[in-house]
Design a protein around this ligand. Sequence first.
Ligand SMILES: Cc1cc2nc3c(=O)[nH]c(=O)nc-3n(C[C@H](O)[C@H](O)[C@H](O)COP(=O)(O)O)c2cc1C
Length: 360
Amino acid sequence: MQLHIGDITLPTNLLLAPVAGYFDLANRLVVRSVGGVPCECGHLGDVRYDVGDGTYGAVGLTCTELLCPQAILNEAHKTQWLAATAPEDRPVAMQLYGAEPGILAEAARWAEAQGAAIIDINMGCPVDKVTKKNGGSKLLCDPGFAVTICKTVVDAVKTPVTCKIRLGWDDDQIIADTLPSQLCDVGAKAITVHGRTTAMRFRPSVRLDGIAMTVEGVKRHHPDVPVIGNGDIKTPEDAKEMIDITGCDGVMVARGAMGQPWLFRDIAYHLKTGKTAPPLPRAERARLVLDHFEHLVKRRGERVAVNTIRFRTSKYSPHLQPWPGLRRSVQPMKTAAEFREYWQEGIERIEEEDATPALA
Ligand SMILES: Cc1cc2nc3c(=O)[nH]c(=O)nc-3n(C[C@H](O)[C@H](O)[C@H](O)COP(=O)(O)O)c2cc1C
């Protein structure tokens, strides 16, 4: 199902979450390749992974991790990579955090010039480094100021501005029923809500009733503004349950997509057909990991690519089993050639194994 955010039409209502240290450009390109849905720039996801009629889509929007506006404006090297995008990475949102309206506005103009389809303001991060400077979810404690920040950024750019919130700072300071609508009053074009308070961090389970409350609060005054639900989606059934129970317009997935970039394909299939998608063959999954590695080599160089893929293999590993000794073998690797050779052999072995029963 398409999703409209301001004047942007997303090919699907399934969004990849901003995740610091994880969903960088290389990883986003892999997530995008699983589908077959044309994105804004006309790029068609690799149809190898298409599940049927060429329309079962995968991810509708991805997002950079939270970016420090001051670092952007200082052109800090690391932030430049964190903000890196490419024509085939569209539409992409760029997420900013902070509590200085003027600097956020300037950084938003920069993000717009870099090709951000959407500028997202982080109002949900619980990490001390961010909240101690009044950014992230600390903004939820001062709704009036959160609205000022949103308005300043909205006024600075033509690009649609969205806000990603939590339900509130803690149970005594729930803002999910009030603040989102106020953000829309000053021009926010979508609200993403992680159904937990800051105090909850990441457990216990996401509160679907809190997401439903956010949807109701927004729709009462802004029926056309989409609300995206987020939290604990690990399977297609989780996504369907969130949509059915809360009435949210789309879902955003973070941890569930780590190690299984094909999850959006499976969710899209389930939402459309009510059935379970045929599993992506193991060899195809393994090929995606190699694609991920090659994106890293191309954009970050061999050393970073090898270090990164060693770490990421632990997320991919459970979805590639049986593959004896996978993590142990990859851990000591130092060169791209070593990884490529090992991985290619792994793919060939899987293909043989998976072909054997059919031949028997
Ligand atoms: C390691 C990690 C890094 C994250 N970084 C960001 C971030 O940069 N910006 C943001 O808005 N949320 C960030 N989040 C929160 C996720 O986007 C998401 O809201 C949260 O993980 C709940 O969704 P999930 O249950 O699908 O993981 C991060 C979460 C994790 C686990």
